[in-house]
Ligand binder design. Structure first.
Ligand code: GLV
Length: 369
């Protein structure tokens, strides 16, 4: 027998990955220092130096999240992995979950919870809407869920949701608070411990400016109590926190044993991006100057009358090498999204983004048929 399938012609050409200004909702451009960290020679995922780097990452996440939770780590995977990890570990089949839906992320959580056999209750607003604490309390009292999900940075609508007081209300009803901060962490104020959030996760590829593929997550004592006293094991082996807590050295055992092979380069890059955040003195205090509910990392713009949004995006990509995106989930066709995250967030880039938009608005107006 011999090889019958020839080498594909595309594999005999060099990799082509053009430079793009990533001014969408993520991934964002990665600073050279973080790229260089990710390009360092690989070490083994179980080498003591790697465990040291993971310990640093844990500290960096504790700082970024403003938490002293021991159960703090980074998932091997995107923000979505962290979302599923939280749900798979906390919720058991038959238990009630309350999900706030005001964009795509609540929709996703409701679907995943349903797949797991949870009883799913929803609080729904149109994209961009937000929930008052009174509305949340009413729903908690009615449905008595074990978990309440809220999106802090709703990237599909451009909204940063208020979190103050929500954790206290949840705890009054013996419910855990799960918050998605993929699009907001590092861009809008969020203080896990002070705001009594039980489970918080984010992604590497947005305001943290690391490549996509790793996702910080942290669990409070209360959340740990629930997830480590389950009746049945979580359905996912890969995302089982009993194993992940050992892999991250969080379970107090003297040895870490093999569970899965973590993304070594991704962790190098994540460590560097968390180091940059730690060096950015005062960043966390500056956040408090924000007053309204507009998400600082992703700006949403209503599509003006007389334009085809896909044409606008294609024009801007072709002529300016800039990525903006359209809506997502329930906001598709309603808006354009411009993200200036972390390293990308400066006046020169904002001016470049505006000039590109202005040019596109001049060139792409549809003729009235
Ligand atoms: C997430 O990836 C988004 O597009 O908001």
């Amino acid at each position: 027998s011999s090889v019958t399938i020839p080498p594909p012609a595309c594999m005999l050409r060099p990799l082509e990955a053009p430079f793009r200004y990533l001014f969408g909702p993520g991934p964002s451009n990665v600073p050279p220092r973080v790229l260089a960290a990710g390009g360092r020679p690989i070490i083994g995922h179980m080498h003591s130096e790697m465990f040291g780097i993971m310990n640093d990452i844990k500290k960096g996440i504790q700082y970024a999240f403003q938490t002293s939770n021991n159960m703090t780590l980074a998932m091997s995977g995107s923000g979505h992995t962290a979302m599923e990890c939280a749900l798979f570990n906390i919720v058991e089949p038959g238990e009630s979950v309350l999900v706030a839906i005001n964009g795509i992320w609540g929709e996703r959580v409701a679907e995943i919870s349903e797949r797991m056999g949870a009883k799913v209750h929803t609080l729904v607003k149109t994209p961009g809407g937000h929930f008052t604490n009174a509305e949340i309390e009413q729903a908690l009292a009615k449905h008595k869920p074990v978990l309440f999900f809220l999106t802090h940075g709703e990237s599909s609508a451009g909204l940063v949701h208020p979190v103050d007081g929500v954790g206290d209300i949840c705890h009054k009803y013996n419910c855990l608070l799960l918050v998605d901060s993929v699009a907001s962490l590092g861009a809008a104020p969020l203080l896990m411990d002070q705001q009594n959030i039980d489970i918080l996760y984010t992604g590497s590829q947005k305001a943290l400016n690391a490549p996509p593929g790793t996702a910080p997550i942290s669990f409070s004592e209360r959340a740990c109590h629930k997830m480590f006293n389950r009746k049945a094991k979580p359905v996912s082996y890969l995302l089982d926190m009993t194993h992940l807590s050992n892999y991250w050295g969080n379970d107090g055992k003297p040895e870490r044993t093999y569970h899965h092979t973590g993304p070594v380069s991704g962790f190098f890059a994540l460590r560097e991006s968390l180091a940059i955040l730690a060096e950015t003195v005062g960043a966390i205090c500056v956040y408090f100057l924000l007053k309204d509910l507009r998400l600082p990392s992703v700006t949403t713009i209503a599509i003006p009358e007389g334009y085809n949004w896909k044409e606008l995006l294609a024009y801007i990509m072709k002529h300016h090498r800039i990525e903006f995106t359209g809506g997502l989930g329930p906001s598709v066709g309603m808006l354009l999204r411009i993200g200036l995250m972390g390293y990308n967030c400066n006046k020169a880039n904002a001016a470049m983004a505006l000039a590109a938009l202005e040019d596109a608005l001049k060139q792409c107006r549809m003729s009235k048929a």
